[in-house]
Design a protein around this ligand. Structure first.
Ligand SMILES: Nc1nc2c(ncn2[C@@H]2O[C@H](COP(=O)(O)OP(=O)(O)OP(=O)(O)O)[C@@H](O)[C@H]2O)c(=O)[nH]1
Ligand SMILES: [Mg+2]
Length: 378
């Protein structure tokens, strides 16, 4: 009889412990289960958290992942310098080509034609190319006195062409204590998710708090990709079910940002362009539901620099759908066509604000006209 009693008590104790264990691990994975089935991924606990919040440590449960150390992203001030080398490597042909042509003893018609071709090949665009050539012709005309230095003239004119009076700041903070909301749009594979991840790192480096919204719900892999970016720097990612409503994820992400007093919410979106009406509906809805919570402070259009004219056409479609406030030009490291900066700004009337210069996590820099031109000229 006594043995039976001990056995029953033992089973009951094991049962209670198991239940408690399940509840604790459930709680640690999710915070405040939000509406619908949107889920907030909590960054892995830091060492101190692990120490104070350790579960009863059942002997069999060895599968608990060790907390990875958080990465310290690079501050943006040093980035352009570091990446300049990469930019000049990919764009060197343009700058060096123009310089050597302009340094010829005699600038005859053939030379001017070659200059024009060089600019067109680099995707500067027809109208800007003609305007630039016209200016160079005028300024480099030798009139009696000493010939002007082609390098100085070319540098000045290129900087002017790229534009120094555009506001290239990315608006990442909101008003009235609300978070800034950055919506990231663009076609498939342009680099949206990577851009969201890289911007998150720039913000973390500036000590801002960030939430990511995985509003690309079409591929499970897209959500995981974003979650990985977030986890590496301890940033929370709000995600929904695969195939769920992107707008509801965006809504929950911004709500999470507002409720937690976060500085910036970055929203990643899907980029299919097969159906303009569908895309318009989706992006329009995302923007509307976000604005029930906080203003969208920035809409960044991500454009792959290697796609040339095709990219431009797609950019135009997006700018018709949403009010794009800035352009992120990615993969400039793999394209010799840096002239696209000039053309896309002209086409869309919005400045290039950031440039992607590699696949590394900190290979993105704020765009700056003179640094860009200096990299071109080597
Ligand atoms: N070299 C280089 N590769 C980049 C850059 N930015 C992004 N990529 C790469 O481009 C590929 C696509 O990037 P994603 O961020 O997944 O693109 P996406 O727009 O989110 O794609 P979808 O979600 O499919 O629409 C990845 O392999 C990135 O590593 C860049 O600046 N330079
Ligand atoms: Mg993506």
């Amino acid at each position: 009889m006594g043995d039976w009693l001990y056995l029953i008590i033992a089973i009951a104790v094991v049962g209670v412990l198991t239940l408690a264990g399940l509840l604790t691990s459930g709680r640690r994975r999710k915070v405040e289960p939000p509406r619908g089935s949107t889920e907030v991924i909590v960054p892995p606990p830091t060492e101190t958290e692990t120490a104070t919040e350790a579960p009863p440590a059942p002997a069999v449960d060895t599968a608990e992942p060790a907390a990875p150390t958080l990465e310290k992203p690079e501050r943006s001030a040093t980035r352009m310098q570091r990446l300049r080398e990469r930019l000049s490597r990919s764009q060197g042909g343009l700058g060096q080509g123009l310089l050597s042509l302009l340094s010829r003893d005699r600038l005859d018609e053939d030379t001017w034609e070659a200059i024009e071709d060089t600019l067109l090949t680099a995707d500067v665009g027809v109208a800007p190319t003609q305007a630039l050539v016209e200016k160079l012709r005028t300024r480099l005309r030798v009139e009696g006195g000493q010939a002007p230095d082609p390098r100085t003239v070319l540098r000045e004119e290129l900087i002017e062409l790229v534009g120094t009076d555009l506001d290239r700041r990315v608006k990442v903070t909101g008003a009235d204590g609300k978070p800034g909301v950055v919506l990231v749009v663009g076609v498939n594979g342009a680099g949206k998710t990577t851009t969201v991840g890289k911007i998150a790192r720039i913000l973390v480096a500036e000590d801002l708090t960030v939430t990511l919204g995985a509003a690309d719900t079409f591929r499970a892999a897209a959500v995981d990709q974003l979650a990985t970016w977030g986890e590496r720097v301890g940033v929370e990612v709000v995600r929904g079910p695969e195939g769920g409503d992107p707008a509801s994820v965006a809504f929950e992400a911004v709500k999470h940002g507002v409720d937690n007093g976060v500085d910036t919410v970055l929203v990643d979106t899907a980029g299919r362009l097969q159906n303009k009406a569908g895309l318009m509906d989706e992006l329009g809805k995302i923007k509307r539901v976000i604005e029930k919570q906080a203003d969208v402070t920035e809409v960044l259009l991500v454009l792959d620099a290697t796609t040339g004219q095709n990219g431009l056409i797609q950019a135009r479609v997006f700018s018709e759908i949403v009010d794009v406030t800035g352009i992120v030009l990615t993969k400039l490291d793999g394209s010799a066509k840096g002239g696209i900066v000039v053309q896309v700004q002209r086409e869309l009337g919005v400045p290039v604000k950031l440039v992607g210069l590699g696949e590394g996590p900190d290979d993105m820099a704020p765009f700056d006209a003179s640094a860009f031109v200096d990299a071109l000229l080597g």
